[in-house]
Design a protein around this ligand. Sequence first.
Ligand code: FMN
Length: 246
Amino acid sequence: MTAASASGPDVGPGGPVGLYDGIMTTRAMRRFTADPVTDAEVEQVLRAAQQGPSGGNIQPWQFLVLTEPEDRAWIGELYRRAYDRYEAALLEGVGGFRDEAARRSWDRTVAASRHLADHLAEVPVVVLVCMPDIDMTVVDDQGPMDVGTPYASVYPAVQNLLLAARSMGIGGALTTVHRIHHDEVRDHFGIPAGQQVVALVPLGRPSGRFGVAPRRPVDRVTHWGRWGERRDATITAYEPPADLPR
Ligand SMILES: Cc1cc2nc3c(=O)[nH]c(=O)nc-3n(C[C@H](O)[C@H](O)[C@H](O)COP(=O)(O)O)c2cc1C
């Protein structure tokens, strides 16, 4: 492990990773080694999380960091209970994959998600991302204005957190199944009633490698000028550099 510095981000094994390569190779990491994540590293990823955008710059996030074994055991048990129920319902209706690659990708996600559910208590750090129950609706004499959901002011911070972690060789995943038992989580950790726990993020040293997660080609999801107006991609498929840091 490299030493954390107070001023700048630590870097993961193999050295610094460029911003674009880091984004392209950040995927949900759900299998971890037992190596620790230091408090300084947690602070560094949370500091980066805070640089995320929020409506009106309200910065509605609060982070509850769980590192004690008994806390992780408690949240691990709750997460598994939630995931058991979620997985059973999810697998009931599954099928109709567009091709074999899509089916394999689904199988991998299900297996990794099950692994996380069975091992969350062993992950070195679990971050609960909280936000207040707020209504961001602005009203004028013409009535309320829909300017989007308050959740949109927190999830960018979670992605920043994951990207900062990736730059330091730390993996994680945005998860939400704890919400099935949300009030239990809030009560157990003394989180005020006016707060929502909107994400649970495990953080640890990945036992696998970062890499490019499967996505549709960008030209399949892009419209130019008018809905349905397509252009053939002018870029080739992304290839990470051969010496990409882990
Ligand atoms: C709103 C949201 C909720 C999610 N909830 C869970 C979850 O409860 N458990 C889990 O293992 N992954 C969860 N994920 C992670 C997704 O499964 C993951 O982002 C997706 O499969 C893509 O993974 P990839 O980037 O590795 O391809 C969630 C992601 C989002 C954005």
